[in-house]
Design a protein around this ligand. Sequence first.
Ligand SMILES: [Zn+2]
Length: 282
Amino acid sequence: MTLGYDVLVALPPKAVLADGTSVRPVPAWSPISSTLIHGERDAILVDAPHTAEKAREVAGWVADSGKNLVAMYATHGHGDHWFGFAEVAKRFPGTPVLGTAGTVALAEYQATARMDFWKSQFPGQIVENVVVPSVIDDHAFALEGHEVRFVEAGDSDTQDTTFVHVPDLGLVVAGDIVYNGVHPFLAGGDEQRRRDWIAAIDQIAALKPTAVVAGHKAPGGDDDPRHLDRTREYLRDAEELRAIARNAKEFADLMTLRHLGRINPAILAQSAEHLFPGTTAA
Ligand SMILES: [Zn+2]
């Protein structure tokens, strides 16, 4: 077997201001997965985190693999999945940074109008001189003769998300369509988007992958395809409990009880306050 993959989970950086105070509770962010799909010589990197320190860890990890990096691919436009490519590019100059047209459109917004948000959440920590991905010419890529497919799956936790499918490995790198051991981010859209999200999960499930890498996963988490079902279940629970709860706090409490194993309750609080505007989860 000449084809393989490895995952590096970047632990969340603390959001700390220059004066030492924290701007949000710890953990400040969910852990972020970077995946290296590799043949004997060449490799493709999928996603890289947004803070310089974590991105440098990914760059060192790719360099240590000894592989020749032939492409970097962003699963979607959120900055925490691609800002880090600029750090990796310092080690691998000239390697193309790629995404779909939908990813690139959101990435351009993240790199401009949205950059103040990122810098306010992670003062002094965001990667400098980010490189917005270029639109892919082709949705299939040959890695030493093995097909790597970039598949558009519509909306999930944000607009125009995609996943990477490597049929010869039975592998799907799912970006934010799948969460593993971490509360999914529901504050990025409405009910229609959550329905589309389930459709995206179904689209992956139909490929019958044997390994599914979640874009956000708790450290030590496996890549079992059951995380497709677990994420779908979470979304269905959210719809069910949204109809029962009277405010954000009740919703967050009910979801917590059903999903005790998931980390980063700060994300659940954001979701709850999005679903119950004008009420607080605290
Ligand atoms: Zn994400």
